[in-house]
Design a protein around this ligand. Structure first.
Ligand SMILES: *Cc1c(COP(=O)(O)O)cnc(C)c1O
Length: 367
């Protein structure tokens, strides 16, 4: 059996140790005589799995006690709608820092549901290659919250600071972050945020699960009419089990949290590895005239590294030869083309070494 190196942006690589453990536990979970997939979500075995996953996540991210952790569904995309529905019940307007394709989808959804959204800062003018800074942020007077996409997974643009969301009248409003592609890649000060959400299929586990971390006081700001499954309050009160949750994805996420704690040694250790991985790849890109990355250095994403070849006629050859060399899913997003290497937690440093070696070799032969 060979496991290739997988640079997919999502659903993404999972740690081999996690898959092996899932395999060992597949048919007979810890002597219970059945698979986790076949368990009632109300059973004591399953509730223990779910609670352990939450406890480990809280420990990894040092989530303060006044935050609820929800394990919900519908993708990060559902949160584009759920966030405004949960936070705009007392009026006011959703504000956004616009940095690329995912943030734009969130803006579109807020506009669709509530008629308007205010762009407090944007990198649209520079083609999303350099992100706004704190001084560029101008909230509307009626801002209810500020939504950011700290890492734009498609463009490879990352904010290099955690914004302070202060209106002209001095009131600080909650910061909401779509952390789908960076959560758990480095330590995070959760207390800076009102709501954090992340689709699981990048850095957490299999698709089908979305993590929401929400501050207690924001459970009371929802619009009066919305589907129960969108309601942070109802999800929190039901322990994320209003209905059947994504039980197997939740369990797998728990195995990933356990791997991060025990095998990796926590998020500081993870961040060191991720820093090294990204530095190696950007160095390889920068020292060549054949490969390039358009993003301002301070905004380069450590998780998603887009790059183009000097001659795009070689794109297909690059991808085919990479795949033959066991380097999978390097094709850029269909909307931008070129290449993209996603370097999530489960992508080992040896994968980056192999990619850098392949790139050097390809350039020598074809450049
Ligand atoms: C992948 C991604 C999404 C979309 O996630 P779905 O789970 O497919 O809805 C949203 N935001 C960001 C930043 C992403 O990387």
């Amino acid at each position: 059996m060979t496991r290739h190196y997988n640079f997919c942006a999502g659903p993404a690589a999972l740690p081999t140790a996690v898959l092996e453990r899932a395999q060992r536990e597949m048919l007979d979970y810890q002597g219970r005589g059945l698979s986790v997939m076949e368990m009632s979500h109300r059973s004591s075995e399953y509730v223990a799995i779910a609670e352990r996953a939450e406890a480990d996540l809280r420990e990894l991210l040092a989530v303060p006690d006044n935050y609820r952790v929800l394990f919900t569904q519908g993708g990060a995309t559902q949160q584009f709608a759920a966030v405004p529905m949960n936070l705009l019940g007392r009026g006011g307007r959703a504000n956004f820092i616009e940095t690329g394709i995912w943030g734009n989808k969130a803006i579109k959804e807020a506009r669709h549901l509530f008629g308007s959204a205010h762009i407090a800062a944007s990198s649209a003018e520079n083609g999303h290659v350099e992100a706004p800074q704190q001084a560029d942020i101008a909230l509307s007077d009626d801002a209810a919250y500020l939504h950011v996409t700290p890492n734009e997974t498609i463009g490879g643009l990352a904010l290099d600071f955690v914004p302070v969301a202060r209106r002209g009248d001095g009131v600080e409003v909650p910061l909401v972050a779509d952390l789908s592609s960076t959560i758990l890649s480095e330590p995070l000060d959760v207390s800076r945020f009102g709501v954090i959400y992340a689709g699981a299929q990048k850095n957490i586990g299999p698709a089908g699960l979305v993590l929401v971390i929400v501050r207690d006081d924001l459970l009371d700001q929802a619009v009066s009419e919305m589907p129960s499954l969108f309601s942070y309050r109802q999800l929190a009160e039901a322990g994320s089990m209003i209905n059947t949750p994504a039980t197997y994805s939740w369990y797998l996420a728990g195995l990933v949290f356990d791997w991060l704690k025990r095998d990796v040694g926590g998020l500081e250790a993870m961040a060191e590895i991720n820093d090294r991985k990204a530095a190696k790849l950007y160095e390889a890109i920068d020292r060549s005239d054949f490969y390039s990355n358009p993003i301002a250095v301070r905004n380069r994403s450590k998780m998603n590294v887009p790059f183009v070849l000097a001659d795009s006629a070689l794109d297909n050859a690059f991808l085919e030869e990479a795949e033959a060399a066991g380097l999978l899913n390097l094709k850029g997003h269909r909307s931008v083309g070129g290449m993209r290497a996603s370097l999530y937690n489960a992508v080992p440093e040896s994968a980056v070494d192999a990619l850098v070696a392949f790139m050097g070799d390809f350039e020598k032969r074809r450049g």
